[in-house]
Design a protein around this ligand. Sequence first.
Ligand code: C2E
Ligand code: MG
Ligand code: MG
Ligand code: MG
Length: 286
Amino acid sequence: KGAGRNRYSFFTPALQEAAQWRAQLTRDLRVALAQDQFRVVYQPIVELATGAIHKAEALLRWQHPTRGLVSPAEFIPIAEACGLIVPLGEWVFQQAADQVQAWCKTLSPQFQISINKSPVQFENPDLQATPWIEQLRARGLSGESIVVEITEGLLLSTSAGVVEQLLTMSDDGIGVSLDDFGTGYSSLAYLQKFDIDFIKIDQSFVRQLVPGSTDLALCQAIIAMAHALGMKVIAEGVETDHQRALLSAAGCDYGQGYLFSRPVAAAEFERVRAQLTTHTAANAVD
Ligand code: C2E
Ligand code: MG
Ligand code: MG
Ligand code: MG
């Protein structure tokens, strides 16, 4: 009993602190959008065979007035729980749409920006003011300029609304990318049913990639399967040139990771892209 009491008194303050921290972040999140505390950063997605960069992933950042930079891993689940992810996700889309409109003119007419879309955003389609495809067309863009990243869990949803929204996006030309692939439970049958364009191999399979490893066998199998189904593959979390070379040899189409660049502000993205592209061109000449 004594030990139980000790445990009790040991754990309670920590739990209480976690709950208070969550409650405080929830309150802070509610004003953050109005107070302009969010920004979107972009990480290049590099075509491994050529080094070309025609794609980027948009990632959300929250600059909290007193706590500094709060990680999306921390605040996205809270924004999902309190429903704020709906207006926040809409804001991210609008930032990305403005940015891809600019980059289609200055970088490449085929430029594509991918954005992460939470399952919670699919739950309330009625809350969305204007369909994304209409917002793109209003900017003179087609659906192809945006890719929506979803996770495997969404594909398991039995909601007719979710299925319908995914298929409508595909019909509109908006790309669909399956994020963190290999960490969930989706079956091969689902991949075809939903018209997936890209599979993103989760970083956990890329981290310890060495010749002869199970992870390499898994990457090779995912790439073969995706290609057989007409999908392209993006490897996440590419940090070393060794990983890049192994993935490239395995036929992986794209790489994303700190080896190329961290996620950066839009202006810096243009500099990073120019630098990476010059570097590749120089190597090709060697
Ligand atoms: P994700 O969509 O899988 O995004 C990739 C994460 O990996 C990003 O973390 C990125 O910064 C990080 N990363 C990229 N390259 C490397 C690398 O070489 N090594 C390592 N260790 N990490 C790398 P970030 O930006 O902290 O985002 C975490 C997660 O938060 C995202 O995972 C995504 O699930 C979610 N998220 C971020 N922005 C949004 C958003 O606008 N909406 C929604 N719904 N979720 C978002
Ligand atoms: Mg993603
Ligand atoms: Mg499609
Ligand atoms: Mg991912």
